[in-house]
Design a protein around this ligand. Structure first.
Ligand code: BTN
Length: 326
């Protein structure tokens, strides 16, 4: 109910009478009044004027299921929302939900993680209520070896969503770090449960440095935040909802061919490493070359010094810039 009231107030952008709300939802005035009171308690500023009704004046920077539910503009991505004030890791939580059979498109969002996970066994640290940590559960009917491409698709969605909401010039450092001005703004950790012939679920974890400016010493050179880049805080809910909206579009395009065929060109335009020197760190095999884009399977094409082009698979290697992070 809260979410629905909020949605109407937001769409109208003007006064909506209590009567109208009652008729719309087929509930009593008391139910509407209760919903308004709860929203106010959560920090929403709602004006109430006799004979005119209710008007939303200001929303706090909340990312609760109520807030996100009232703004989500998708068919299925984020169709079910789970909000957690604090959790060890949204990926861990999402995996448990996925094991219990929760629906495709379920999104777990947390305001704080006390055991956030990064790629390659690293930790992912974030401050309370100022970052974005979310995990999306999808159940694609594709072969397990194609699941790594989900991460590329997500990278595109995050980059595009940040660009749309903030106007910042986002790029992707292959395979899936989002960067702004050469510094990391977001990371993605994809985990999967699969049998030999099919996927049970994929959990796509997305961390975005949003409204904070302090980083631990070791990250200062390579990481940045949206607030740092913009000079003011962002509406986290807008970024989450936009990411889901764009993800849904890219996901469906990906599923048409179950490959990056229809997306590779767009991905390439977002690629921060394009035509740059990179160093490929493969276990027991290190070499340098120039990144030339990706192929249909999402592998990075690296042109070596001897002119030979090799395709680098995301799972096994680390690709570094020669002079700096990108
Ligand atoms: C990386 O190392 O770049 C990946 C970072 C992924 C962090 C996100 S935050 C939400 C989700 N839950 C986690 O524990 N990790 C991912």
């Amino acid at each position: 109910m809260k979410s629905k009231i909020l949605n109407i107030l937001r769409i109208k952008g003007d006064y909506v009478s209590g009567q109208e709300l009652c008729e719309y939802f087929g509930v009593t005035r008391t139910a509407i009044w209760k919903g308004i009171r709860q929203l106010r308690e959560e920090g929403y500023q709602i004006d109430a004027v006799k004979n005119k009704g209710y008007r939303l004046l200001e929303s706090p920077d909340l990312i609760t299921d109520v807030e996100l539910g009232s703004r989500m503009d998708t068919n299925w991505a984020g169709g079910k929302l789970v909000y957690l004030d604090e959790v060890d890791s949204t990926n861990n939580y999402a995996r448990k939900l996925a094991e219990d059979g929760v629906q495709h498109g379920t999104l777990v969002v947390a305001d704080y993680q006390n055991g956030g996970k990064g790629r390659r066994g690293r930790t992912w640290v974030m401050p309370h209520r100022k970052a974005i940590a979310m995990s999306l559960i999808v159940r694609p009917d594709i072969r397990p070896e194609k699941a790594s491409m989900m991460t590329l698709v997500t990278g595109m969605a995050v980059a595009e969503a940040i660009k749309k909401v903030t106007g910042l010039d986002t790029k992707i450092k292959w395979p899936n770090d989002i960067v702004i001005n050469g510094k990391k703004i977001s990371g993605i950790l994809t985990e999967m449960s699969a049998e030999m012939d099919g996927i049970n679920y994929v959990v796509i974890g997305i961390g975005i440095n949003a409204n904070f400016t302090e980083f631990p010493e070791e990250l200062r050179e390579t990481a940045t935040s949206l607030q740092q880049q913009l000079g003011y805080p962002v509406d986290r809910g807008a970024i989450i909802c936009m990411t889901m909206k764009i993800f849904e579009i890219y996901y469906e395009r990906f599923m048409e061919t179950q490959s990056m065929k229809g997306l590779a060109e767009e991905y390439q335009q977002m690629l921060a490493n394009l035509d740059r020197q990179v160093r490929v760190l493969e276990p027991g095999n290190e070499y340098s070359g120039v990144a030339r884009g990706i192929d249909e399977t999402g592998q990075l094409l690296v042109e070596k010094e001897n002119g030979e082009t090799v395709a680098v698979y995301a799972g096994e290697v680390s690709v570094r810039g020669i002079y700096n992070y990108v």
